[in-house]
Design a protein around this ligand. Sequence first.
Ligand code: F6R
Length: 254
Amino acid sequence: MLIWQNKNQLKHLLMRVRIFDDYDSLSQATASEVINLVKEKPHAVICLPSGSTPLGTCQWIVKNAQQQETDFSKCVFIGLDEWVGIGKENPGSCSYFFYHHFFDPLKIPEQQIFLFDAFAKNWSEECKKMDKTIAAKGGIDLMIVGIGMNGHIGFNEPGTSFRLLSHVTDLDETTKSVGQKYFPQKTHLSKGITLGLGHLMKANKAILIANGKNKAQIIHKALKEPVSEDMPASIMRKHSNGFFYVDKEAALLI
Ligand code: F6R
């Protein structure tokens, strides 16, 4: 159980933490955030993560978009991150996830999609290109992120500066081993290219999504431990429009 020294801190945080009955309602609520934004602002810039957590959100967006005929043709999608050296034909790549579960079913025009190139020849240029694209599009309106078992956001591993924009990073041992779950066979993972937490802080709205018992401990830490670069997800508490969307299981320890 959390021991909150400061009741105001607790009240403030609880307003920012939405607990859903199950994964499906969490996914539906997250999908609604995206759909409502696109309806209000057709040119919205949206950043999405890949992985197990956002799968339900993507499915709900695709379902609702088809039923409600939401027009995604003008909005801009930014991929949060990519495994260095893993191409989009590999089912474990972030690009594969985005195309397979989101861009292709929604028929998002190619010119509206901005993903990191896992084989960029010049990493510094690749990062600058992404940062310039985001700036040129007017900044990120909605940034949805997951949380790693070590508290990472994107590939911002523990110890990463909160101020960084796009960068290439050495993956943490936890990320390398947990990441195997996305791949059909054992895959060498060493580096990642990712948006930085500087992007998260600049986004108009940020939502961290988490589900399942295995995320309960890390959600507890992200909410309770001091805000620190050692616990990247704790930065969400500093975002003026940042929310935690968690299901009951992930909220077990809060
Ligand atoms: C993926 C990403 C990662 C994941 C995190 C949680 O694009 O940025 O930070 O969000 O590792 O992954 P899942 O959702 O598979 O538990």
